[in-house]
Ligand binder design. Structure first.
Ligand code: PEP
Ligand code: MN
Length: 354
């Protein structure tokens, strides 16, 4: 894929920062937030004008009437302004009002028809376009969307990593699955990728650690939701921070000089950490099911140890491990330990008063 750099202002150091509220709510909220951010040295302002909400009833954005506010931000602060576009009509309107940077939201990226319609509308457009990852962890779908936009002649392309939806909500609103943006960088090395810690974390207190993690992974920029009065935000209130707090978060980030590649040990260790997190989640899930089985055995007066089932697990998993390059003995030991803990938990269930 042939790519030009995003051409963000050259005095903008790495990481480049895009900040602003989730949604443009009122002229006053937009202008107050923008002025505070500009005072902190921010060069790029984001605000959603069209808001795809998961459920009806949420604030879906003012649409065109909010675009003059972005124009005013540009004129009064000199910041570049960015907004989400989801349809050709959005593209046309955003450009009409002088929006500098367009981004494609996660729900739109997941739909190739919608992305193609946007690509067609973007023919001949020189503005930078940032493509958020699709809601589902599908790297090819993400790259496909980037290719569609690139094929339309848009050369100033970038990607936004905003995490991936999962049925099981854990600490994060969206699972980061860092290996996916890392692989995207390996596949398209010259394209800037920025991280959206607000939508990954879904919580204010996770923004700082996620920003640091993103920089450690070699991300080129950050797009962070910032609002002059986060508690009163009309959308995504729990994940927005004031410009003051954002400035503090950015001031404590450690920016490592070295170019980080997939070979880099920090990035690899982060991947291991993420896999270990998943392993523990899975083990906890297995134990929960095991306790339910314990309850069933109790109600049906069965013994805890069912030797045939235990042997079946050890044999089946040992063979599976060998096929995947893990020693059968190691797998046997791991499953013996897991089984031992399962039995201990079932004994606890048996001991509980009915
Ligand atoms: C947003 O940036 O406010 C937004 C709606 O993000 P996403 O498309 O990542 O959900
Ligand atoms: Mn948001």
């Amino acid at each position: 894929m042939e790519l030009k750099s995003l051409n963000f202002p050259s005095d903008n150091p790495r990481p480049f920062i895009i900040a602003g509220p989730c949604s443009a709510e009122t002229e006053e909220q937009v202008m107050t937030t923008a002025k505070q951010l500009a005072k902190k040295g921010c060069h790029m302002f984001r605000a959603g004008v069209w808001k795809p909400r998961t459920k009806p009833g949420g604030f879906e954005g003012h649409g065109e009437p909010a675009l003059p506010w972005l124009k005013q931000v540009k004129e009064e602060t000199g910041m570049l302004v960015a907004t989400e576009v989801a349809t050709p009509e959005h593209v046309e309107l955003a450009l009409k009002y002088g929006v500098d940077i367009l981004w494609i939201g996660a729900r739109t990226t997941a739909n190739p028809f919608a992305v193609q319609a946007l690509a067609d509308a973007l023919k001949g457009v020189d503005n930078p376009v940032l493509v958020k990852n699709p809601v589902n962890p599908d790297l090819e779908l993400w790259i496909g969307a980037l290719e569609r936009i690139n094929n339309a002649g848009v050369k100033r392309l970038g990607a936004i990593h905003r995490g991936f939806s999962s049925y099981d909500k854990k600490i994060y609103r969206n699972l980061p699955m860092w290996q996916i943006p890392i692989e995207l960088h390996r596949r398209i090395p010259d394209m800037p990728i920025c991280c959206d810690p607000s939508h990954i974390g879904g919580r204010r207190d996770l923004i700082a650690p996620l920003c640091q993690q993103a920089l450690d992974m070699g991300m080129d920029g950050l797009i962070v939701e910032s609002h002059c009065n986060p508690d009163a935000a009309w959308s995504d209130a729990s994940q927005q921070v004031t410009p003051d707090i954002l400035d503090y978060i950015l001031s404590i980030l450690v920016i490592r000089e070295k170019v980080i590649t997939t070979e880099n040990i920090i990035a690899l260790r982060k991947q291991i950490d993420e896999i270990d997190d998943s392993l523990i989640d899975l083990l906890a899930k297995r134990m929960r099911i095991s306790r339910e089985i314990g309850q069933y055995k109790k109600e049906h007066s069965m013994t805890i140890i069912q030797a045939s089932r235990y042997n079946e697990i050890l044999q089946k998993r040992g063979a599976q491990g060998s096929l995947m390059g893990i020693g059968a003995e190691c797998i046997k030991e791991i499953f013996e330990t897991i089984h031992e803990e399962s039995v201990r938990q079932q004994v606890e269930v048996m001991k509980q008063e009915a």
